[in-house]
Write a protein that binds this ligand. Structure first.
Ligand SMILES: Cc1ncc(COP(=O)(O)O)c(C=O)c1O
Length: 383
């Protein structure tokens, strides 16, 4: 059987990882400033992570949600403490799309409405409801278009307030920091007014923290520079450092009902062991503070580079906008300089999403290699 080809892939196959580095089968070492789509939060093959997973797989990797699971309780407790949302409730699932799917469903259960407000260039996943709220018609099949979604401009909130006044909007879904769209941060004043307007019109506010959550931006959640309490917060990616796990943090005012949501694999013993290990390491190694500090250093240095149009972001979620398409530069970085970086739906933007564990030596190596590559690109030799 051959693979169903849906991915455009690099020609390098990492077979081993440690910290901020991966190796291919020939033993060539690559600096990972991409973290496999922002997934690697605590670094590759962290010993504590490996240890907890190994112990759990040997003990009991899975039993269904038909029985109590103390590991789910432990994960929820720790997540509540570290994120500052101890009074929220946690529903566990397996991916970012599934987290958003369940958040949208919960919102609709809550107010009985169907219309969703989302934002231009936003990405919320590829499952049925989540993909309908994603601003990319190419990945939506006719079957996904089961409810109305209004896509509003990122910087033009007035149309959002107008729409909310109609009192028929089920939920607003917004990324804490827009990732795939090219690293855009909602203004704090916008988020705060959005929360108020949503409350006023009985609309639920969903913060998609799948990419921007878990310490990446220098706060546990991207939205935490503002003073809001979303109704629903979705997480995945960095939550399991590569082990598939996702979750919805649910405001205490939302009541559960048995059978309302569910998943066979969601919150499995093994997934929880991975999730607990990640939180242990984030806490013990002060990774949220590290992300804020190292992100600042990186962005300050990158802003000094000639030919860079804009550097934006928070913590270790960084977008570098150049005045030309970045594909050739990204390829050069990977194939000639052995550095993985990310792309974005804006062809001129490179995304940096390194593990939160990067150190200053690794930042220096990256800056050195990036500077050399950028020079080549500016000379027009890569385009
Ligand atoms: C903001 C955001 N939401 C949701 C998703 C979907 O996550 P998953 O691929 O785990 O379904 C992604 C994935 O890139 C994302 O960046």
């Amino acid at each position: 059987m051959k693979l169903f080809e849906v991915y455009s892939r690099y020609e390098i196959e990492p077979v081993k990882g440690s910290g901020s580095w991966v190796w291919d089968e020939k033993g060539t070492q690559y600096l990972d400033f991409y973290g496999g789509h922002a997934v690697i939060s605590i670094g590759h093959a962290h010993p504590h992570y490996v240890d907890l997973i190994q112990k759990q797989i040997a003990k009991l990797p899975f039993y269904s949600n038909a029985v109590p699971n103390a590991l789910q309780e432990e994960l929820a407790l720790k997540l509540g403490q570290l994120s500052g949302h101890e009074d929220y409730q946690l529903f566990l699932c397996n991916s970012g799309a599934e987290a958003n799917e369940n958040a949208l469903k919960l919102a609709s259960f809550q107010n009985g409405r169907k219309k969703i407000i989302a934002f231009k260039n936003g990405f919320h996943g590829r499952t049925s409801a989540a993909v309908n709220t994603t601003d990319n018609p190419k990945i939506q099949a006719p079957i996904n278009k089961g409810f109305e979604v209004e896509f509003h401009e990122w910087e033009e909130p007035e149309s959002v307030w107008e729409s909310l006044k109609q009192k028929d909007v089920c939920a607003v879904i917004i990324e804490g920091v827009q990732g795939i769209g090219g690293i855009h941060m909602p203004k704090n004043s916008f988020l705060e007014k959005l929360e108020k307007q949503c409350r006023k019109h009985d609309t639920l506010l969903i913060l998609d923290e799948v990419q921007s959550g878990y310490g990446r931006t220098g706060n546990f959640f991207g939205f935490q520079t503002s003073n809001i309490r979303p109704d629903l917060i979705t997480v995945a990616k960095g939550m399991g450092n590569g082990f598939p796990i996702g979750g919805v943090l649910i405001h205490p005012a939302i009541e559960s009902r048995l059978g309302m949501l569910g998943s066979t694999f969601g919150g499995s013993h093994l997934a929880c062991a991975a999730g607990i290990a990640v939180l242990d390491i984030i806490e013990e190694e002060n990774l949220i503070r590290q992300a804020a500090k190292n992100g600042k250093i990186l962005m300050e240095e990158l802003r000094k580079f000639k030919g860079v149009k804009e550097v934006r972001g928070r913590g270790l979620m960084i977008g570098i906008e150049l005045p030309f398409p970045t594909k050739a530069l990204r390829n050069y970085l990977l194939y000639e300089k052995e550095v993985f970086v990310g792309s974005s739906s804006n062809p001129n933007v490179i995304r940096l999403l390194p593990p939160l564990t990067i150190d200053t030596d690794e930042i220096d190596i990256f800056l050195y290699k990036f500077k050399k590559s950028l020079k080549q690109a500016r000379k027009g030799q890569l385009i």
